[in-house]
Design a protein around this ligand. Sequence first.
Ligand SMILES: Nc1ncnc2c1ncn2[C@@H]1O[C@H](COP(=O)(O)OP(=O)(O)OP(=O)(O)O)[C@@H](O)[C@H]1O
Length: 284
Amino acid sequence: MTDVGEEAAAGTPEPLLDCTDVSISFRQRGSSTPFYAVRDASLRVGPGDIVGLVGESGSGKSTLARAVVGLQRIDSGSIVFEGKRFGRSRTAEDRRGIQMIFQDPYGSLDPRMKIRSALAEIIRRHTELRGKQIDDRCAELMDMVRLPRSILSSRPAGMSGGQRQRVAIARALSIRPRLLVADEPVAALDVSVQAGIVNLLSDLRRDVGLSILFISHDLSIVRTLCDSVSVIYRGDIVEARPCAELFEDPQSDYTRTLLSAIPRLNGPRTEGLAQGQSLTVRRP
Ligand SMILES: Nc1ncnc2c1ncn2[C@@H]1O[C@H](COP(=O)(O)OP(=O)(O)OP(=O)(O)O)[C@@H](O)[C@H]1O
């Protein structure tokens, strides 16, 4: 096995996140045989990378993502983040490094709480900032996610889906994670709103060096946003390659099936997201 020193000397950066042979099972009612939702899955995210994780419904994407953030126990394998292997429990510092956003941002936002209070609470809990420093940080976060600062005085209930997802991103960023796990973050949004969120994630990688594990069943978005992509099928990662290579020359039968099921992918990179609408992502 190559050690980190040799890798660095060879010019290969140490991955930020390195999952190796991760298996996750659930008990099945009425059976003594466990059901493996994830089986020997390996996944790497480099510093500043956006990695897509794609697969059909029930293939194990969310289960693996939850394991990465520490919400799901793993049976075997390892999850190493910034060179540290996570054990059964994680420290507060471990948890700070990886934050997650979900398809439904309501899940992480208290509908009764003003955005300023929700952000202030998490900033106070996880950082040394106090008083005006917290106000300044809240304002800065609104700028980062391109929301007007006046939103800080609103409650989630009065906001659009896209605004709520931006607030969820601001909340995740408030404690300066190095990795954002985004589980279907645009699946519930209108196509026009999706493009704004995808552009925002791309800009956050460029502006603050955020690394992203982007989970989606929408291959056209993954192709537009991600540097590399892992394809998961029934808990197995069947292919993991740079995006351009995978879309041009898929190696596994399952990836070929996924791609052929979406004829619009045969068009140019930014065309045809849905019925003539285009998803234009600004590249750094
Ligand atoms: N807590 C659980 N108990 C039992 N089975 C579970 C549990 N969580 C997930 N599963 C099963 O594990 C498999 C993978 O589910 P998972 O949610 O990870 O898939 P997914 O690829 O994220 O699907 P989707 O795109 O529909 O969200 C599914 O068969 C699901 O029913």
